[in-house]
Ligand binder design. Structure first.
Ligand SMILES: Cc1cc2nc3c(=O)[nH]c(=O)nc-3n(C[C@H](O)[C@H](O)[C@H](O)COP(=O)(O)OP(=O)(O)OC[C@H]3O[C@@H](n4cnc5c(N)ncnc54)[C@H](O)[C@@H]3O)c2cc1C
Length: 285
């Protein structure tokens, strides 16, 4: 099958993109890395009238820089850059740990942070990692200018986000404070597939030795799931045994998993429980 006809514009700057998005709205698509969009066009799952290619826009791919307490990363940051850059390894180690699990190297060479967040695939790595770190998404439109959306509010359902059709995701902002612990786990049917079950977690030093952690499961439901009851259960545990038993109760009560063609809901829950146990072992060692 071939793509349906569409117009193509290679945008020359940010205002050009925002003007086109404002004019064409839902009839336009942003072309970032093209790793999801182009197959969708070829299969005619999607039939936009205009593609706006943003690969030449330098503002969307700056060297990461600090703004207040956040690192700002451009939307066109490619997956491979977070995988291989010593900077990412030092300042955003959770992202560096997760990157090799995204698809295959050829896809990571082109695919972008912004594209992945806007797609909001329920089993994708970046949405889960960003939720585990906290932070915010920066959206921009010609009419309303820039707005910040907390990552906790950004994902609204299966392939759904807060982004409006005239908005470009321009950047993400992630806390500069390096987690005391971080963990990334993923089980997939084959290497390079989307996750069947995944876990991204990070902890910051809390008050009086409390564990101030964020735990996010992905591949288990329609959107990445931040398990707040687990976070609360782990806040003040005396030791590993107490943490594990509280974690089991919290997960059994709150973690909902959906079956897919390869894994039952029960199998996914069992895998998630094992992942948490393994991470707690590491964190309490
Ligand atoms: C075989 C295969 C396996 C894959 N496996 C994985 C995997 O395991 N994990 C994973 O996370 N991903 C996986 N992917 C997807 C890959 O990571 C994509 O790169 C990613 O989902 C989309 O990024 P992109 O830059 O290619 O976006 P594109 O394909 O260019 O765009 C995707 C969508 O987002 C919109 N968009 C893109 N950028 C912006 C922006 N800045 N502002 C507003 N809208 C925007 C586009 O209009 C389009 O609707 C896989 C892809 C393939 C083909």
């Amino acid at each position: 099958m071939k793509c349906a006809p569409f117009d193509y514009v290679r945008a020359h700057d940010l205002n050009h993109v925002l003007g086109l998005l404002s004019e064409w709205g839902s009839r336009a698509r942003i072309l970032a890395g093209g790793q999801t969009l182009l197959p969708a066009l070829a299969l005619r799952f999607d039939r936009p009238e205009l593609l706006i290619d943003i690969q030449d826009i330098a503002e969307l791919r700056p060297t990461p820089y600090q703004t207040g307490n956040y690192w700002r990363l451009g939307a066109m940051t490619r997956h491979v850059e977070l995988e291989t850059s010593p900077w990412a390894n030092e300042h955003l180690p959770l992202l560096a740990a997760a990157a090799p699990y995204i698809a295959h190297r050829a896809i990571r060479n082109r695919g972008t942070l912004g594209g992945s967040l806007v797609m909001a695939h329920p089993a994708a790595e970046w949405p889960a990692c960003l939720l585990a770190l906290g932070g915010q998404v920066v959206l921009q439109s010609a009419r309303r200018g820039e707005r910040l959306v907390a990552i906790d509010d950004f994902f609204t359902g299966l392939f759904q986000t807060q982004r409006q059709e005239d908005e470009l995701l321009v950047a993400v902002e992630l806390p500069c404070q390096i987690p005391r612990h971080h963990a990334f786990r993923e089980v997939a049917l084959r290497k390079g597939d989307y996750a069947a079950v995944g876990l991204a977690a990070a902890s910051l030093p809390g008050q009086q030795g409390e564990l101030n952690s964020r735990w996010v499961f992905f591949g288990v439901d329609d959107q990445p799931y931040r398990c707040i009851s687990l976070e609360n259960a782990l806040r003040s545990c005396a030791d590993f045994d107490q943490a594990l038993s509280r974690a089991r109760v919290a997960l059994n009560n709150s973690l909902k998993t959906k079956a897919d063609p390869s894994y039952s809901a029960e199998a996914k829950k069992t895998v998630a429980l094992h992942m948490v146990e393994e991470v707690l072992h590491e964190w309490y060692a």
